[in-house]
Every structure is written in structure tokens, then in C-alpha cells.
Design a protein around this ligand. Structure first.
Ligand code: SF4
Length: 225
């Protein structure tokens, strides 16, 4: 804020006595609230693959996450407010990731660390890999790289702090009256199924040649033989 603006606020709107002008600071509720939140973001302690090594380095003494108030990695999702998805997200793992995300209390954030978590990385379209964790849970910050360096992760964390700074109590989703719905847990079987896509899957299956009636009649023929 420029000196002139500060002077206007002090002298006209709030009428602070001159003897107090160097001892009173005026700010907004949002700023204080967000300052407290951005300075105590506690990441969930889990890693998925090679990117996790870089995340562990970032938490060690050389890079010192404590500068940002983020050094307490929580082993329980109930006490964490940041999920760093560090590594390859396999189809076998995604139900667990969504379950952990659901168990984190609001406000909560997700950082996709590395090419794998952001979009599948070198394993994109592989038979066992999800093409980005954002297909299942909302991602706030993406950190590119394979693997990203600790400096890159720090930059992502600072970016998250900037995002928190820009939020307002007035429209924060965790203060709205309506309940925040949980994300349905993906079903892991021969392939991964997103329960939110069930209707689309059913429609596409019906549209496939040989589906429904014709398949039934064929199998009936086999049974009859
Ligand atoms: S992005 Fe690269 S370093 Fe990170 S988990 Fe994938 S393959 Fe490993």
C-alpha cells in the first residue's frame, strides 16, 4: 500500500490519534486469517514413487520446510491440510488416495508433484497407471519435472501460499451451509472404474456392436448346444 493511501486511511476513515499511529496496524480479517493458515500448512506424510525422494529431501535440513511452517508432516489425514501426491499414481493406489483425501478436513489442498502425478508422466496410457491424479481429486498446484527438484517443490508450496492469500472467508467453500460431498471411491477390478462415470460406461457398453440382445442370443445358443 502506498504511503499516501496509508495516510488517507489513518487520517480520514479510522481517525487514529497521532500518538498511536506508529503502534496500530490496520488490516483485514481475511489477511490475518489467511496468514495463519498459509503459515501452518501441514502436509500428509506419504509418497508413491521416485518423486517422494525429492519430497523427503525438501523436508530435510538443507531446504528447511520449517521456514514456511510446513515441516510437520502428519501421518494421519485427519490432521493434514495438504496432500502432496509425489509419484506415479497406479490404478491400484487411486482408491486409497481418494479415501485419504476424503478423510482430510476442510480446508484442504492438493499438490501434484511431478509428471506422473500431473498427467501420467512416462507411464501415461500404461495399463496400470492413472493419467493424472486430477481425474479423481481436485488439484490446486502442479509442479512439473521428472522428478522435480526440491527447489521446484518449494516453488510449488510458495505458489500454494499465494493461492491461500487470495482466498476470502466470505466465499470459502468450507463455510458454506451446504454439505461438501465426498468423492466416490474408485472401484478397482480388472480395470479402474470411476463411480461418477457409471452412466456413461453403461451407455457406451450398450452402444457397442454385439452388446445386449445379440450377445444374449449368442450365449443362449451356446447353452442350447
Ligand atoms: S515423475 Fe519421474 S521421478 Fe516422479 S514418480 Fe514419475 S517417473 Fe518417478
Amino acid at each position: 500500500m502506498s504511503d499516501m493511501k496509508q495516510e488517507n486511511i489513518n487520517s480520514t476513515r479510522f481517525d487514529i490519534p497521532p500518538e498511536l499511529q506508529n503502534q496500530v496496524a490496520i488490516t483485514t480479517l481475511d489477511k490475518i486469517y489467511n496468514w495463519g493458515r498459509r503459515s501452518s500448512v501441514w502436509p500428509l506424510m506419504f509418497g508413491l514413487a521416485c518423486c517422494a525422494m525429492e519430497m523427503i529431501c525438501t523436508a530435510a535440513s538443507r531446504y528447511d520446510l520449517a521456514r514456511f511452517g510446513m515441516e510437520i508432516m502428519r501421518p494421519s489425514p485427519r490432521q493434514a491440510d495438504l496432500m502432496i501426491v509425489s509419484g506415479t499414481v497406479t490404478k491400484k493406489m487411486i482408491p486409497q488416495i481418494v479415501r485419504l483425501y476424503n478423510q482430510m478436513p476442510e480446508p484442504k489442498y492438493v499438490l501434484a508433484m511431478g509428471a506422473c502425478a500431473s498427467g501420467g508422466g512416462p507411464f501415461k496410457e500404461g495399463y496400470n497407471v492413472v493419467s493424472g491424479v486430477d481425474r479423481y481429486i481436485p488439484v490446486d498446484v502442479y509442479v512439473p519435472g521428472c522428478p522435480p527438484t526440491p527447489q521446484a517443490l518449494l516453488h510449488g508450496l510458495i505458489t500454494l501460499q499465494r493461492k491461500i492469500d487470495a482466498q476470502s472467508i466470505k466465499d470459502a467453500r468450507w463455510y458454506r451451509k451446504e454439505e461438501i460431498a465426498e468423492i466416490p471411491i474408485p472401484i478397482y477390478g480388472p480395470d479402474i472404474i470411476d463411480p461418477r462415470q457409471i452412466e456413461i460406461i453403461k451407455q457406451q457398453t450398450r452402444r457397442q456392436p454385439g452388446a445386449n440382445g445379440s450377445r444374449r442370443s449368442r450365449s443362449a445358443g451356446i447353452v442350447g448346444r
